[in-house]
Design a protein around this ligand. Structure first.
Ligand code: PCG
Length: 155
């Protein structure tokens, strides 16, 4: 019980530090914390696989992950983004088409921890936030980024 309460306030404090959620009222934040589940993933684990059916939304509370994507069934996956503590992912499959649009893989040797929210709670509590609804991705592979910050035109 004590652990539960401590975790509750720890998560509440954490969500308040994440820009997407920081402006929400305490009441809504508490409702989000009530439905979150903490999950740990090991180095190399696929938290999400491109093409799979998806029902969950994730907020990273510890560690780093890579988003990778293949353009066609026969092509290799390329790294398009790296995400860290406070970043969130997994909203796309909850916004209509159900299928995961990219892979999300743990790149941290010590693993990664995410706060996970199911589809129903996402729809009720998070899906309508403008910053979630309106997020657009510019899918330029991380690998094509040159050291000067420009891209070499892989995509
Ligand atoms: P979803 O549910 O399609 O699962 C993979 C997730 O990767 C996706 O939701 C996004 O949350 C996340 N993601 C991060 N960067 C990108 C990107 O550039 N393109 C796509 N398609 N997904 C991305």
């Amino acid at each position: 019980m004590r652990t539960g309460l401590l975790k509750h306030s720890e998560y509440l404090e954490f969500l308040t530090s994440v820009p997407t959620f920081s402006g929400l009222g305490e009441d809504l934040l508490r409702r989000i914390v009530d439905v979150m589940e903490e999950c740990h993933f090991d180095y190399g684990d696929y938290i999400i696989r491109q093409g799979a059916i998806g029902d969950t939304f994730y907020i990273i509370s510890k560690g780093n992950v890579e988003v990778t994507k293949r353009k066609s069934a026969s092509s290799e996956s390329v790294v398009i983004r790296k995400l860290a503590k406070g970043d969130w992912f997994g909203e796309r499959a909850l916004q209509g088409e159900d299928l995961r649009t990219a892979n999300v893989v743990v790149e941290d040797r010590e693993g990664a921890t995410c706060l996970v929210i199911d589809r129903q709670s996402f729809t009720q509590l998070i899906g309508d936030l403008d910053s979630v609804k309106q997020r657009k991705y510019d899918e330029v592979p991380e690998l094509s980024k040159k050291s000067d910050g420009f891209y070499d035109g892989l995509i």
